[in-house]
Design a protein around this ligand. Structure first.
Ligand code: NAP
Length: 290
């Protein structure tokens, strides 16, 4: 029997309904909506579409969103000043700088300027450190959404062997940390380009999270029967039959994985909707912490 597709849109819709009711409660007690500031520097088409999706999602749950679009010619000092102002703006609970920034900007310095109590992306060193030692913090959105998706698939994570492919600071490493926390209690193997035989590990895995940014990194012959697969990758494949001239595929080969796994996230419609949802979640959390 084939595995099922994990419906990230459905889980996102359920979670957003919960957030919307939390937003109403917050507004009733505080007299204002939670606020998220989104800063976009330049006009990279992928970044523009991510920012638009985030604004739409804010409107859907009743969060106030403040969009700040800056030209890529802006001086870094000006960008840092804008962030500092938002750090002190009482109508703003979360600040997000859309990455990647255009060439010439020091991303680390820019992110470090965001006050950790408004860092709803969970990217500042303070939030990363707190996550690592298990303190209350803003969990990074994509990894947090991945944990929710695994739970939604029906898999009880405790005691399972999870393999994570990819060790980036925004996906692979934090996913490995969240999976191995006491609350989740998985045994985690982290694979990357230095791992000689990734299939040796994935064939033993109950859960595989693939975040390599390369199509076909995971194929069905690399899986144990019944594994749950979370496909984080978003890759553009040229396709003249599509209006935009490309289609999106993940890092897993869906066709060969589906008959072997018990459940897998589709691309699009899996991890993406949950990433934005966890951003809304963190913004409400931040408002309630004030
Ligand atoms: P990244 O910074 O490029 O990191 C990719 C990681 O995968 C690196 O650690 C790299 O290893 C490893 N890797 C690459 N090719 C590999 C291979 N053939 N075998 C084993 N490991 C390999 O990417 P990222 O930011 O983590 O994102 C990964 C993918 O997820 C991208 O497609 C991105 O677009 C997508 N993404 C989606 C969402 C969403 O919300 N849907 C959010 C974030 C990212 P080394 O460290 O050795 O180079």
């Amino acid at each position: 029997m084939d595995g099922i597709l994990i419906d990230g849109k459905a889980l996102a819709a359920n979670t957003r309904a919960e957030i919307a009711s939390g937003v109403k409660e917050y507004e009733a007690k505080s007299g204002r909506k939670p606020g998220l500031a989104v800063i976009l520097v330049g006009d990279n088409p992928a970044s523009v579409s991510y920012v638009t999706a985030k604004e739409k999602a804010c409107a859907e749950v009743g969060i106030y969103s403040k969009e700040i679009r800056l030209p890529e010619t802006i001086a870094e000092e000006e960008l840092l000043r804008t962030i500092e102002e938002l750090n002190h703006d009482k109508t703003i609970d979360g600040i997000l700088v859309q990455l990647p920034l255009p060439k010439g900007f020091d991303e680390k310095k820019v992110i470090d300027t965001i006050a950790s109590e408004k860092d709803v992306d969970g990217f500042t060193p303070i939030n990363v450190g707190k996550m690592l030692i298990g303190e209350k913090c803003f969990l990074p959105c994509t990894p947090h959404g991945i944990i929710k998706l695994i739970e939604f698939s029906g898999m009880d994570i405790k005691g399972k062997h999870a393999v994570v492919i990819g060790r980036s600071n925004i996906v692979g490493k934090p996913v490995a940390v969240l999976l191995s926390r006491k609350e989740t209690n998985a045994t985690v193997t982290l694979c990357h380009t230095g791992t000689p035989d990734i299939a040796k590990f994935t064939r033993e895995a109950d859960i595989v999270v693939v975040a390599a940014g390369r199509p076909n990194t995971l194929t069905g012959d690399m899986l144990k029967k019944g594994a749950v697969v979370i496909d984080v990758g978003v890759n553009r494949i040229p396709d003249p039959s599509k209006p935009k001239g490309f289609r999106l595929v993940g890092d897993a080969d869906l066709e060969s994985c589906l008959p072997v796994c018990s459940a897998i996230t589709p691309v699009p419609g899996g991890v993406g909707p949950m990433t934005i949802t966890m951003l809304l979640w963190n913004t409400l959390l931040s408002a309630n912490m004030v």
